[in-house]
Structure formats: C-alpha cells, structure tokens
Design a protein around this ligand. Structure first.
Ligand code: COA
Length: 337
C-alpha cells in the first residue's frame, strides 16, 4: 500500500546583512524623504550587503540556521531549491555557490525564477517531490541581493527605496498524512506573462542582437529594474485576495480559522489593503517590511523564520502565505504548523 505523504516544515532560518540603510541615508543620495517612503510603503530601513558579501553567503547562513533548528546536517537533504530574481551570476545562478559553501556533495540543486512569488513556487515543487516519494527532505531557499543592481539616484527612486537584501530558508520533510496533521495543505499558483514588462529588467538580454549588453544599454539605464508602480499595486491588491481565498477554499479552511497571515513584503499599504478587503484583523498579520524592505523571494521565508522565533507559530496553528510579483506571478499556500 502506498503511503499518503505530506510535506511538513521542520526547520526555518533567515539572514540579512548587518549594514542598515535608513530612509535618511537614501535621501542623501536621491530626491526623497523618510516621510514619503514611510507614508507610501511603510518601510523605515532595509539591509544592504557590503563589499565581500554574496547572495550565497546570506543563503548559507539562513540554511545553516534552518538545518540547526531541524537538527539535521546538509547530508540529510536530498534536494536544494533556491528561488531568486537576482542570481549571483547570470548562470549558473546562486544555488550552486550555496551548494558548495554548504558542502552539498552531489545533492541536486536548482535556481527557480518566479520573482516575488518564487518562494511559493519553490514550495510547490518541493511539495510535489515529497508527495511523489522522490524526495524525503527538501531545502527551500529564497535569496536576494537587490542593492548592487539598483539605480541609487533620483531617476531610480520609485524602485530603489523599496528593495532590500536578505535570505530565508525552510526544510520540508515527508510525513505520513494519516499520522501527522501538520504540513502543507494546499498551494495555488498563477502567472500572466502579458504583464512581463510592467516590472522587469530589460538588459542584459540574450534577445538583444548581436550582444546582450553594451555600453549604450548601460548609459540608457536598461540594466536597472523598471516598474509601473501603480499598475503593479492595482494588480497585487486584486490578485492576492483572490488566490488567498482560492487556496483556503481548496484546503476547506475559513479565513476566520487562519491564525497567521503572511503576505509578500512589497509594500505595507498593499498588505493593509488586502487585509481590509478580507476583513482580517491586524493582529493576525505579521509584517517585517518596516525593517527589511522588499526582499522578493526571500520575504516569506524570512517572515516564517521570524514568526517562529517570536513564538507565533506553535504546533497546530494554521498559516496562510500569499505573494504577488513580476511576471506577473502570484500564489498562496496554506500550512498547518
Ligand atoms: N520619493 C519621493 N517621491 C517619489 C518617489 C520617492 N522614492 N518615488 C516616486 N516619487 C514621486 C513620483 O515621481 C511622482 O511624482 P509626480 O507626481 O511629480 O510625477 C509621485 O511620487 C507619485 O508617484 P507614483 O509612482 O504614482 O507613486 P505611488 O503612490 O504609486 O507609489 C510605489 C509608488 C512604488 C510606492 C507604489 O506604486 C507601489 O508600491 N507599487 C507596487 C510596488 C510593488 O508591489 N512592487 C512589486 C514588487 S514584487
């Protein structure tokens, strides 16, 4: 008889660089103010790497914490999935450098690209590996270093004030669904490529012939992120409630029965809007964007790690996680802790 398997989160970890960049620090380099940034986004400060720090360093630290909290070694893991939109190198990405730093031997690893929804996409793939019986334990990481790719001048201020650097990791383990009620209950994902250029980086592009990056492109700032902020905002506040309810309904759980809501940390106003729309009381939403900014694929695993350290995630608690990002991509996962 085949066992009915479920993926359970058995360890969490996070890491941010030590360097704090306040809104006032940014205001010294571009035409912005602490008041504008806090009012529009809720962000007070973010972390940026310093010379010598790499994405893989942040990811390594988050993973080591997750392994320690699960009381495991890297040798106990049989797949590493790392979600990022800011790979350490164009190829092979970030996960292979992390793999080497963790001493991953010959464990398979991949980078996965689904931008700010990347962690939920990775969670879904990890869940499929576990439910199919192909993997016993999967390390799922979200990792971003935005700071080295931002236009830190008035021209780039709309995007630059939002982003921060960080990494978060979780370990999923196969459990017998008949014996253990904890684990991933449902994940729902969506994408709509027609919006791809509403939030993107144009260059380097392998579609640019005959060379993917030129001096002219750099001078035109095509290597910096570009965003139609209002358009993204409107889509986020529509899609997030939709997919959140879709995942809850698939799990046969009412919004009232969710103990903790974790939203992607793009803008505190987006999250307040979503909570208001669904009549979710403030105390059931945990945000950390005020301190870290938008860390894209790392935001949700960082929230999980902090929520667990803060005692918000005790066994039996139901957690709903929802994200929206470039692509556009969006998704939601329901987990019983
Ligand atoms: N400081 C000061 N002024 C700024 C600014 C900054 N950092 N960024 C933009 N502005 C200015 C604009 O130039 C514009 O000035 P104008 O009216 O003279 O032209 C004005 O503020 C309003 O700009 P707008 O882009 O319409 O602001 P907004 O209220 O939409 O807020 C965002 C901008 C980026 C905070 C908001 O659109 C947003 O959060 N969007 C979604 C972000 C998101 O989810 N990203 C996805 C990541 S996954």
């Amino acid at each position: 008889m085949t066992r009915n398997l479920r993926s359970k989160i058995i360890g969490t970890g996070m890491c941010v660089p030590d360097q704090i960049i306040t809104n006032d620090d940014l205001a010294q380099r571009m035409d912005t103010t602490d008041e504008w940034i806090q009012q529009r986004t809720g962000i007070k400060e973010r972390r940026w790497i310093v010379e010598g720090e790499t994405p893989a360093d942040l990811a390594q630290s988050a993973c080591e914490q997750a392994l320690q909290s699960a009381q495991l070694d890297v040798g106990d893991i049989d797949f590493i999935l790392l979600a990022t939109l800011s790979p350490q190198h164009e190829f092979p990405g970030t996960s292979f450098f992390l793999h080497e730093q963790l001493g991953g031997g010959e464990i398979p690893c991949i980078d996965l690209r689904a931008q700010c929804s990347g962690f939920l996409y990775a969670l879904n793939f990890a869940d499929s590996l576990i439910q199919s019986g192909k993997s016993q334990r999967v390390l799922v990481v979200g990792c971003e270093v935005h700071s080295t790719g931002l236009n830190v001048s008035t021209e780039g201020r709309d995007v630059t004030v939002i982003f921060g650097d960080g990494a978060g990791a979780v370990i999923l383990e196969a459990v017998d669904a008949e014996q253990d009620t904890a684990g991933i209950l449902q994940v729902r994902l969506h994408a709509q490529g027609k919006h791809a250029k509403r939030l993107w980086i144009d260059a380097p592009s392998s579609a640019d012939w005959p060379q993917r990056i030129t001096q002219e492109m750099i001078e035109a700032g095509r290597h910096f992120p570009q965003m139609e902020g209002r358009y993204v905002f409107k889509n986020a506040v529509t899609r997030m409630p939709e997919v959140l309810l879709e995942a809850l309904s698939a799990a046969s759980i009412k919004a009232d029965d969710v103990d903790l809501f974790l939203f992607h940390q793009a803008n505190l106003r987006i999250n307040e809007f979503v909570a208001q729309k669904l009549e979710i009381p403030e105390e059931r939403v945990f945000n950390n964007i005020q301190r870290y900014g938008n860390c894209s694929a790392a935001s949700i695993p960082m929230l999980l790690a902090e929520a667990e350290r803060n005692g918000l995630l005790e066994p039996g608690k139901v957690v709903s996680m929802t994200a929206f990002g470039s692509g556009f991509t969006w998704g939601s996962a329901v987990v019983r802790w």
